[in-house]
Design a binder for this molecule. Structure first.
Ligand code: C2E
Ligand code: CA
Ligand code: CA
Length: 439
C-alpha cells in the first residue's frame, strides 16, 4: 500500500492522476503482453455523492473521498494501482491477473468496503458505489480503450440501480455504442426536423365517442427509422436535451390543437406527456405557462400527464407546482398508474383530475385474472375519488368488453385507433364530425 503522504498527494491532482493512470496502464499492458496474463481495470463511481456534498457540505464530501481512497488502497496488492480521476471516480488497476475469477476476490473486497459506515467528524454517513470492470486484452488493448469499456460497464451498473458491479461483455458494448450514437444524433434531430408528433384518440368507452387525444412524440432517424420515445426520452433526459425537445413538442401540440379548435373541432381534450425532469426546470415551467396563454387554448381542454415517479423526490416542490398549474384550469393525469410507487395519500393531497391505467394491466386481460382484479380496483378507486379513469393499451375486442362491463369511463388503444400523424388526425376528426353529426 502506498504511504499516507503519497495518498494525499495522489488524491489532490486529478490531471496528474489521469496522466499517472495512463502511464501505469501502458506499462502493465506491456508486461501482460510479454508474460501473457490479464490486467483488470476497475472504474468505481460513488452513488449519489452529490447528496453528501449538498447535505453535509464540501468539506465532509472531501473527507469521505479521502477515506474512500484509503479504503480502496487497503484492498489492493503492491503491484496494483489506484488513482482518483474525477470528482467521485476512482480507477484501480489490478496487475498480474491470471483469470477473471482470480480478480473476483479483490472486486468483492472493494464492493464490501462500501458496506461500512463513514465517520465524518462525528456524523455517520453511508455511500454505495457502482463499478465497471474491463480486462486486457478482451475489453481493450490500450489504456484508453480499457477505460472506455469500464465506463460503459459502470454506466450499466448505474442503470441497474447502482450498488453493483458489471463486467465487460459484447452485449454491454453493443448497447452503449448504439446509445452514444443515438445520443449524438439526437442533438441534431430537432434542427433536421426528424421529430414529429402523433395523436392517439381517447374514447368514451360506452359510446365510442371521441373525447380527447394524447400527443405522442416520434423520432424518424434517416437510417435507423422510427425510434420509440421510450428510448430517446431517457437519452434526452440524461444529456439535458429534454428542455429543447420538450419545448418544441409542447409548442407544436398547442399550435396544432389551436388549428383543430379553430376549425370547429373543439369538443375534445388534448393530453401531453411531461417528464418530471422537465417540471423541475423553472424555465420549462415558465415556457409552458406562456405557451398556454399565447395559444389561447381553453385551459380546461388541456391535460398534463405525469408518472408517479415524479413524486418520489421533491414531493413538496411538485405539489406546489401542480397546484399552480391546476389553478389555471389545466387538468393533471397520473400516467401509468399502478406501475410505480403508487401512494394513495399523494392522490388525496394532489390536484389530480384523472388516473391512467397502464397498458401492462389492460392488454389481453382475462376475467378472474390478477390483472382483472387490479384494473377493477383502480376503476373503483378513481371513481370514488371523483376522478376520470382512462385505460390504455386496449388491443382487442375482449379488452374493450371487459373495461365496458367493469364501468371504465374512457380508454385508448390500437383496437380503437393507433396514434395518427397530424394530417391523418385532421382527416379522422372530419370523418368523426360527420358521423357524430348524422347520429
Ligand atoms: P405513455 O404515456 O404510457 O403512452 C402510451 C404508450 O402506449 C404510447 O407509446 C402509445 O403509442 C402506446 N399504445 C397506445 N395504444 C396501445 C396498445 O393498444 N398497445 C400497446 N402495446 N401500446 C399502445 P409511445 O408512443 O411509444 O410512447 C411511449 C412513452 O414515451 C409514453 O408512454 C410516454 O411516457 C413517453 N412520451 C411520449 N411522448 C412524449 C413527450 O412528448 N414527452 C415526454 N416527456 N414523454 C413522452
Ligand atoms: Ca401518457
Ligand atoms: Ca402508459
Amino acid at each position: 500500500m502506498p504511504p499516507k503522504e503519497m495518498l494525499v498527494d495522489q488524491f489532490a491532482n486529478i490531471h496528474k492522476n489521469r496522466h499517472a493512470l495512463h502511464h501505469a496502464a501502458t506499462l502493465k499492458i506491456a508486461h501482460a503482453k510479454r508474460y501473457n496474463h490479464l490486467i483488470g481495470l476497475l472504474l468505481i463511481d460513488l452513488d449519489n455523492f452529490k447528496s453528501i456534498n449538498s447535505h453535509l457540505g464540501h468539506l465532509m464530501g472531501d473527507k469521505l473521498l479521502l477515506e474512500t481512497h484509503a479504503r480502496l488502497a487497503a484492498c489492493l496488492n503492491s503491484d496494483d494501482f489506484i488513482a482518483r480521476i474525477d470528482g467521485d471516480e476512482f480507477v484501480v488497476l489490478l496487475g498480474n491477473v491470471t483469470s477473471p475469477k482470480t480478480a473476483e476476490t479483490a472486486i468483492r473486497k472493494i464492493m464490501h468496503c462500501f458496506t461500512q459506515n463513514y465517520n465524518l467528524n462525528g456524523i455517520t454517513a453511508r455511500i454505495n458505489a457502482s463499478m465497471g470492470v474491463a480486462y486486457y486484452p478482451h475489453a481493450g488493448v490500450d489504456a484508453s480503450a480499457l477505460l472506455q469499456s469500464a465506463a460503459m460497464c459502470m454506466s450499466h451498473a448505474k442503470s441497474l440501480g447502482g450498488n453493483n458491479y458489471q463486467c465487460y461483455t459484447e452485449t454491454i458494448k453493443k448497447k452503449y455504442t448504439k446509445q452514444s450514437y443515438l445520443e449524438n444524433a439526437l442533438k441534431f434531430a430537432l434542427e433536421k426536423k426528424e421529430l414529429f408528433l402523433t395523436y392517439q384518440p381517447i374514447f368514451k368507452l360506452a359510446t365510442k365517442e371521441m373525447v380527447g387525444m394524447e400527443a405522442l412524440l416520434r423520432w424518424r432517424h434517416p437510417s435507423i427509422g422510427l425510434i420509440s420515445p421510450d428510448t430517446f426520452i431517457k437519452l434526452a433526459e440524461n444529456n439535458g436535451l429534454i428542455s429543447s425537445i420538450g419545448e418544441w413538442a409542447l409548442q407544436t401540440v398547442c399550435e396544432q390543437a389551436k388549428k383543430w379548435h379553430n376549425a370547429g373541432h373543439n369538443q375534445f381534450k388534448i393530453s401531453f406527456n411531461i417528464s418530471s425532469n422537465q417540471l423541475l426546470q423553472k424555465s420549462f415551467l415558465h415556457f409552458m405557462m406562456r405557451m398556454f396563454k399565447s395559444t389561447h387554448m381553453p385551459a380546461h381542454l388541456l391535460e398534463l400527464e405525469l408518472t408517479e415517479t415524479a413524486f418520489l423526490t421533491k414531493a413538496s416542490y411538485f405539489k406546489a407546482i401542480l397546484k399552480k398549474i391546476s389553478k389555471t384550469g389545466i387538468g393533471i393525469t397520473i400516467d401509468d398508474f399502478g406501475t410505480g410507487h403508487s401512494s394513495l395519500i399523494r392522490l388525496k393531497n394532489l390536484p389530480i383530475r384523472a388516473l391512467k391505467i397502464d397498458k401492462s394491466f389492460v392488454f389481453n386481460i382475462t376475467p378472474d385474472s390478477f390483472d382483472a382484479i387490479i384494473v377493477n380496483s383502480l376503476i373503483t378507486l378513481g371513481k370514488k375519488l371523483n376522478m376520470n379513469v382512462i385505460a390504455e393499451g386496449i388491443e382487442t375486442k375482449a379488452d374493450l368488453e371487459f373495461l365496458v362491463s367493469n364501468g371504465c369511463p374512457q380508454g385508448q388503444g390500437y383496437y380503437l385507433c393507433k396514434p395518427l400523424n397530424a394530417k391523418q388526425m385532421t382527416a379522422f376528426l372530419k370523418k368523426n364530425k360527420k358521423t357524430s353529426g348524422s347520429r
